[in-house]
Design a protein around this ligand. Structure first.
Ligand code: AMP
Length: 211
């Protein structure tokens, strides 16, 4: 399967991607994870994107496309992939389409998780992330066994800089302005599958009936 996951921050794209990955061996490719790893490692790329990410602004299309052009040609992508957080703008969606055409490939679908705004805000403000392995927790529904410590790798679990209430409001505005237009783009491409939930059963049903 080659799927892109659409939906505002906090819609559950990462969780759905992981579940689908376990189902059919596709790889999850999260541009947010790639950039956060670069920031954590202090690379040139990390230094370039750190401030924009902390403010909840998008990094440039050129930068994202140069990362993704390489990433999508790596060996593990042959089995299929779940794009999580990419494309994020119309120019990225158009560039992805052109890149896939060049590679003789195409997306199977764009899966939109259409989740109400109040659910999103509640999820994001209570979300915590491991600074090392990226495991996601939630202070209400899935706290780590020991407060502030990752169950998986023992590293520190924190609230991301871009998950304060102020940054979240801004990220939702950025989503509405720059990413929501992709829903029409993929509808016109006849690739859009929309589900009003991130519950895996409903998501799987929608994908199966589409594929
Ligand atoms: P995410 O984890 O997907 O919410 O991404 C976190 C941050 O990384 C975003 O707020 C952006 O600053 C940056 N980012 C991730 N993916 C993209 C993308 N496709 N285009 C531009 N910026 C991105």
């Amino acid at each position: 399967m080659k799927i892109t996951l659409l939906g505002p921050p906090g819609a559950g794209k990462g969780t759905v991607a992981k579940a689908l990955m376990a189902y059919d061996g596709s790889v999850q490719i999260s541009t947010g994870d790639i950039l956060r790893a670069a920031v954590a490692a202090g690379t040139e790329l990390g230094k370039q994107v750190e401030a924009r990410m902390a403010a909840g602004d998008l990094v440039t299309d050129e930068l994202i496309m140069s990362i993704m052009e390489q990433r999508l040609q790596e060996e593990d992508c042959q089995q299929g992939y779940l794009l999580d957080g990419f494309p994020r703008t119309l120019p990225q969606a158009q560039a992805l389409k052109a890149l896939l055409q060049k590679l003789g490939e195409k997306l199977d679908c764009a899966l939109e998780l259409d989740i109400p705004r109040d659910v999103i805000i509640d999820r994001l403000t209570t979300r915590r992330t491991c600074t090392n392995c990226g495991e996601i927790y939630n202070v209400k529904s899935k706290p780590p066994r020991v407060e502030g410590i990752c169950d998986v790798c023992g590293s520190e679990v924190v609230q991301r800089d871009d998950e304060t209430e102020e940054a979240i409001e801004h990220r939702l505005e950025v989503y509405n302005e720059q990413t929501a237009p992709l829903i029409d783009f993929y509808r016109d491409e006849d690739l859009l599958v929309s589900v009003p939930t991130s519950e895996m059963e409903a998501v799987m049903e929608a994908i199966k009936s589409r594929l």
